[in-house]
Design a protein around this ligand. Structure first.
Ligand SMILES: O=C(O)CCC(=O)C(=O)O
Ligand SMILES: [Fe+2]
Length: 236
């Protein structure tokens, strides 16, 4: 299994104590929500919220993605041909409709929305995919010099399926033996860390190729720190 070289000194931007606190807070809140189901697995904390977005909201988001999507990118230094072939776009958090969707998502998890990066919309057409990856950052990679101070490690991922491809396009977690089939309006959430706050390598996942139809999703990644504050400081 892939591992990172152990850091020789404590890195406050990848802080297991902080990630453990966030994990405990979010799981407590999700477990108390009758509309949320836990995907029972001993190696990862995963949850589903069916029917989170209405068909109308899904349609509005799909139209925004289709209007703005450009070929998806990867972090500098990790680019690999054919690895992420979807189209994607940033969703403007100051747009009142997006702000409302984000506020509802963050309320389900119980995380301040300022801890979330800019949300992304993605579209996969036939043959397009996102190969196996972790959503957390590998602090040994060169991008960490920028991403570490820019909000720190990623804690939770929240993803919403906006439609249902006719075939393919499931989100698969190969180490967990789990596959989540897209269901319009359903939100999938998982903790990228273990309960003790160390990185959970078993959350490796893949957006499998769509083989018929089209798949649209939105993805929101939360950081261990206030992302908005940290990135505004980086820009000033
Ligand atoms: O498309 C999917 O099912 C997975 C997307 C994903 O892993 C991501 O956006 O980080
Ligand atoms: Fe991912």
């Amino acid at each position: 299994m892939q591992t990172d070289t152990p850091a020789t000194e404590f890195d406050p931007n990848n802080d297991p104590a902080k990630l453990a606190r966030i994990g405990a807070h979010v799981t407590k809140r999700l477990n108390a929500n009758p509309l949320v189901q836990q995907v029972d697995h001993e190696d990862a904390q995963l949850y589903l919220y069916q029917g989170f977005l209405s068909a109308k909201d899904c349609k509005t988001l799909i139209a925004k993605i289709d209007a703005d999507a450009v070929p998806s990118t990867l972090y500098k230094g990790t680019e690999q041909q054919g690895f992420r072939t979807s189209y994607s776009c940033h969703l403007n958090r100051w747009d009142p409709f997006i702000a409302k969707v984000e506020a509802r998502m963050s309320d389900v998890l119980g995380i301040d929305n300022n801890y979330a990066e800019t949300m992304q919309g993605q579209r996969y057409q036939v043959g397009q995919e996102f190969k196996a990856h972790h959503d957390f950052f590998h602090p040994s990679q060169s991008y960490w010099a920028h991403e570490g101070p820019g909000g720190g490690q990623r804690s939770w991922t929240a993803m919403i399926f906006l439609n249902e491809p006719k075939e393919g396009g499931a989100t698969e977690f190969p180490h967990l033996g789990l596959g989540i089939r897209p269901q319009a309006g359903m939100m999938l959430m998982w903790n990228n860390a273990k309960p003790d706050g160390t990185l959970n390598y078993k959350t490796l996942h893949t957006g499998t190729p769509v083989t018929r139809g089209v798949k649209h999703i939105i993805t929101k990644w939360y950081r261990q720190n206030d992302w908005l504050e940290a990135t505004s400081a980086q820009m000033s």
